[in-house]
Design a protein around this ligand. Structure first.
Ligand SMILES: [Zn+2]
Length: 177
């Protein structure tokens, strides 16, 4: 095989020469070591440094985050039970409320553990009324077969639990600037 001019034949350019740079420190990185983040490709050092910056919570913060998320989610689920279809619009807003309230309570500190605690709190807060909607259906066994209409409140509670928790979690994660 003869040595070819790389410019004449682009296929012979080694992969490493394709200039990929960390979008934070601008250091050249190879596709093998590049880490794709929400804001683009970064080198491993920058990603690690960033994670340290974002892990600023104190020991109690995840517990506070959980409690605040659970309380607001519970209050929201009570409201959602009266809204039917509008649950779809209200639940994400309650998710936003949860994220903002938690931010205030923990003084804007952040960490993955806190995000997970917010997610868990939002789900747990939506559960009591969801379970209460299931219990009557189980008791009156005939209801499940005859009254499809009785399932609707339960469906909205499930929709609420899914939307409020995913909304709160996505925003808690997305608030990293
Ligand atoms: Zn970098």
């Amino acid at each position: 095989m003869t040595e070819q001019d790389p410019i004449a034949d682009p296929m012979t350019i080694p992969v490493e020469e394709v200039q990929l740079r960390c979008n934070r420190c601008n250091k050249p990185i190879t596709p093998a070591t590049a880490i794709l983040t929400e804001t683009g490709y970064r080198c491993a050092e920058c990603v690690r440094a960033q994670q340290r910056v974002f892990d600023t919570t104190k020991k109690l913060d995840p517990f506070l985050g959980f409690a605040v998320a659970a309380l607001i989610s519970f209050a929201g689920s009570w409201l959602a039970g009266r809204l039917g279809f509008f649950t779809i619009l209200v639940a994400p807003a309650i998710g936003t409320l949860i994220t903002n309230a938690v931010r205030l309570v923990v003084n804007r500190r952040r960490s993955k553990a806190l995000n997970t605690a917010v997610l868990a709190g939002a789900i747990v807060g939506a559960l009591p009324l969801l379970i209460m909607a299931i219990v009557p259906l189980l008791r009156g066994s005939g209801l499940l077969l005859t009254g499809g209409g009785n399932l609707l409140p339960l469906i909205w509670r499930v929709v609420y639990a899914a939307l409020v928790s995913s909304s709160a979690y996505a925003q808690a994660k997305g608030l990293r600037l």
